[in-house]
Design a binder for this molecule. Structure first.
Ligand code: GLV
Ligand code: MN
Ligand code: MN
Length: 413
């Protein structure tokens, strides 16, 4: 039996249902934010499944969780596959979780089919991909790949002031796994990540598999404006230093500046915090996030310059500052991995198309370490970062079939 024939659609689907209970929301989505109690529960469930199959598990200093199936050559570099188990606050059941469960299904399929690979095959659940609670996102893979420093990431605080190091310690206490000592990161021979598309192209084009060619660049900022708290009923306009009004001027100018004709630039303000948050006090401090994406680094650079100009010119009479919390250049996946994904999809008679990724993924960091690629499957109406996110059991299984074939090929190189 081949790995692909041993993929079990019902098992893969049931694992999604089991995981969706952890942080499940009344609207059918999940709230399983990074390093929460729900995240710990998901880690425990994955670890229990891994142990039941005789795979070894381990974690590292940023909490990435690895499941390893040995190969015949103990010295050969492993190939790896996975994604993330953390979610947006109002997230769906498949974003990230599919990539972890597809990788785990691939390990189980290899086991069930009695396939021996030369290299070990490792499934991974990266810590904090979403970056909605702790910034930056894709943190576990970024530290693994050396893009971000471990000590700096451990010191990051969430919006309530909880330090990541403490949240990680609590999580690993609730979901213990043997610790791989030292700095995160080890050599890999290849990496392939499966993910729902999170956009409508596959569904519109009636294709089952997206052969992912790369990921657009992304940058994230926190813009802070500072003014002066004052009485809402008595303070004349000329005497006000309204931090929210300054933030609004900056935001409006940025919406305008990023309104490109081709609709390629992605610009989002997703979080605004107004202090002291009292209806009858003029706001003294405001901060808001900017998430900006484009396939060209030069375009992102130009818009960063614009942001600095706008902040400098629109904040008065308030003061303002910009903190850049993420800067990931566009990623081109390895042509050999791209070809392999396409070839295996064709061998399995699965309709497919080449496509870039608009969303960020852990693969963007791992691609700097080893030959990497991604496999997309359709999701309903392209809806994602939404509790209504949906995908079909058969599409999920199709992606897992391609994945196990690609992993097997890479693991026997
Ligand atoms: C990942 O969720 C992203 O923001 O692209
Ligand atoms: Mn994701
Ligand atoms: Mn996401």
């Amino acid at each position: 039996m081949s790995g692909a024939n041993a993929i079990r659609e019902e098992r893969l689907w049931q694992r999604h249902i089991d995981m969706a209970r952890l942080g499940g929301t009344p609207k059918g989505g999940v709230n399983r934010q990074a390093l929460s109690a729900e995240d710990a529960a998901a880690r425990n469930l994955l670890a229990a499944w891994a142990r039941a199959r005789g795979f070894s598990i381990f974690t590292d200093a940023i909490g990435n969780l690895f499941v390893r199936r040995e190969g015949s050559d103990a010295k050969a570099l492993p190939v790896m596959s996975g994604s993330h188990m953390d979610s947006q606050p109002t997230g769906g059941r498949f974003d990230g979780m599919y990539g972890v469960l597809a990788a785990f299904e691939a390990l189980e399929a290899l086991e069930d089919a009695g396939v021996t690979t030369k290299r070990p095959v490792v499934a991974v659940a990266w810590t904090n991909e979403e970056g909605s609670r702790f910034q930056p996102g894709a943190m576990g893979s970024a530290v693994f790949a050396g893009h971000n420093r471990l000590d700096e990431m451990l010191a990051v605080k969430d919006w309530d002031g909880v330090v990541l190091k403490d949240a990680l310690a609590t999580t690993l206490k609730a979901a213990p796994a043997p610790l791989r000592e030292g700095k995160p990161g080890f050599a890999l021979d290849g990496y392939v990540e499966a993910h729902i598309e999170q956009g409508p192209r596959l569904e519109n084009e009636r294709k089952t598999i997206g052969v992912v060619t790369g990921i657009q660049g992304s940058r994230r900022y926190i813009v802070t404006t500072e003014g002066e708290e004052a009485h809402a009923g008595t303070t004349p306009r000329a005497a006000r230093k309204d931090a929210f009004a300054a933030a609004m001027r900056i935001a409006a100018a940025m919406y305008e500046a990023t309104n490109d004709e081709g609709d390629t630039l992605r610009f989002t303000i997703g979080r605004v915090d107004v202090q002291p948050g009292s209806p009858n006090t003029v706001p003294g401090k405001t901060s808001f996030t900017i998430d900006m994406r484009h396939p060209s680094n030069d375009v992102l650079e130009a818009h960063e310059k614009t942001l600095h100009e706008i902040v400098a010119s629109r904040a008065a009479p308030c003061s303002a500052g910009i903190e850049r919390v993420t800067n990931v250049a566009p990623t081109d996946f390895d042509p050999r991995v791209i070809d392999l994904v396409r070839t295996k999809a064709n061998d399995l008679k699965l309709s497919n198309m080449d496509m870039p990724s608009g969303a960020g993924h852990d693969a963007m960091h791992i691609a700097r370490l080893c030959p990497s690629g991604m496999i997309f499957v359709p999701c309903e109406r392209g809806v994602s970062h939404n509790e209504a996110e949906n995908a079909t059991p058969s599409d999920l299984a199709a992606g897992a079939r391609v994945l196990v074939e690609v992993l097997e090929a890479l693991a026997n190189r």
